[in-house]
Design a protein around this ligand. Structure first.
Ligand SMILES: Cc1cc2nc3c(=O)[nH]c(=O)nc-3n(C[C@H](O)[C@H](O)[C@H](O)COP(=O)(O)O)c2cc1C
Length: 336
């Protein structure tokens, strides 16, 4: 008998799909979601997801093997669709018999979903609009994550509460939908489950867990921050597209705006071709997250964090965080 019967019942389809005790995913976080955090989440009854990010196939191979050595529970792998070696990475997942592959960062390229299905894994997709969600679920996506702009990392323009109202009534009868973005407490989980979600995905709340390898200074910045410190990056020039990233305000976020103005000026004076200018903007952040998470450079690195950062107060073991979320959800449902 589950200690959280009402929550577990509402999570039943999500738990069955993931093969876990609780339908709580820890969303992939580049540099943070590696063997230690991923295995801790899965060992605590949640679903850990390795962030492949810009890893080579060789590095991913080693990370999956190391994670498997630390847990015998299910975990997934998050692949970024524009990775130049996407199909090699899929092959590595196949070699290890990974059960769930999350495709993030854009529309899955032709053949990628089929390549994952070929080794019998489940495909989890993201979709910013209902129309695209329906298309992806028709063409092989097994489950969907909707992620609102409260989230940490790369974000879309719409809030979680609005996405949930748009997507869940349309999709939840026939499809598996997980809700992400801005979830810090179990009461919110209970609400989304009642609306038809089969589970939830959190990132920010887990980033500073005891088992997370994030630098102590990165964690301290999270503990100090409030919701309004987690701001979305701003696009300065219409010619230079910037996918907004939500992160804690620091010198790096200001320098990014300055960099955009500098590149825009070069465009004005025609001293830089457009493609090169856009590339410079894109590459500016490459490595910035690593600088913050691994090196602890919290001034110039990227402190990606969601608005729920204000609810992250101290370092806690993953098992305690999950138990607390489940207990809060259960209490909320019991009061209904
Ligand atoms: C530090 C950090 C890094 C992230 N990196 C990635 C990533 O590499 N790939 C991805 O799909 N999502 C990434 N995300 C998003 C998370 O997977 C998750 O969906 C999000 O954090 C959920 O919202 P929350 O932060 O409000 O809990 C990142 C989030 C954070 C906070």
């Amino acid at each position: 008998m589950s200690s959280y019967p009402k929550t577990s019942a509402l999570m039943a389809r999500g738990r069955e799909f993931l093969g876990t005790d609780h339908a709580i995913l820890c969303g992939a976080m580049s540099w943070v979601s590696e063997r230690n955090l991923v295995s801790a989440i899965s060992n605590a009854g949640g679903f850990g997801v390795i962030a492949c990010g810009a890893m080579t196939p060789e590095l991913l191979d080693a990370e999956i093997a190391a994670t498997r050595a630390m847990t015998d529970r299910p975990f997934g792998v998050n692949l970024i669709t524009m990775h130049p070696q996407l199909f090699d990475l899929i092959e590595v997942c196949g070699k290890h018999g990974v059960g769930h592959v999350v495709l993030a960062g854009g529309i899955p390229p032709k053949g990628s979903v089929e390549a994952i299905k070929a080794f019998d894994a489940r495909v989890i997709v993201f979709a910013p609009t209902l129309a695209l969600a329906k298309k992806l679920l028709r063409s092989g996506g097994d489950a969907l994550v909707i992620e609102g702009m409260e989230a940490g990392g790369h974000i879309g323009p719409v809030s979680t509460s609005v996405l949930a109202q748009e997507f869940l009534p349309e999709l939840s009868a026939d499809h598996l939908v997980f809700v992400a973005g801005g979830i810090g407490r179990g009461e919110a989980i209970a609400g989304y489950l009642e609306m038809g979600a089969v589970g939830v995905q959190l990132g920010t709340r887990f980033a500073c867990a005891t088992e997370s390898i994030a630098h102590p200074d990165f964690k301290k910045a999270f503990f100090r921050a409030g919701a309004r410190d987690a701001i979305a990056s701003v696009q300065v020039d219409p010619r230079l597209p910037v996918i907004p990233v939500r992160a804690l305000r620091n010198k790096g976020t200001e320098a990014f705006s300055a960099k955009q103005r500098e590149v825009a000026n070069l465009l004005d004076s025609e001293s830089l071709p457009m493609a090169e200018a856009q590339l410079q903007i894109e590459h500016y952040w490459a490595g910035a997250l690593r600088r913050a998470v691994i090196d602890g450079d919290i001034e110039n690195g990227s402190l990606m964090a969601g608005q729920s950062v204000g609810m992250v107060k101290s370092e806690e073991p993953v098992a305690d965080i999950i138990a607390q979320l489940m207990a809060e959800s259960e209490a909320a449902l019991s009061r209904r």
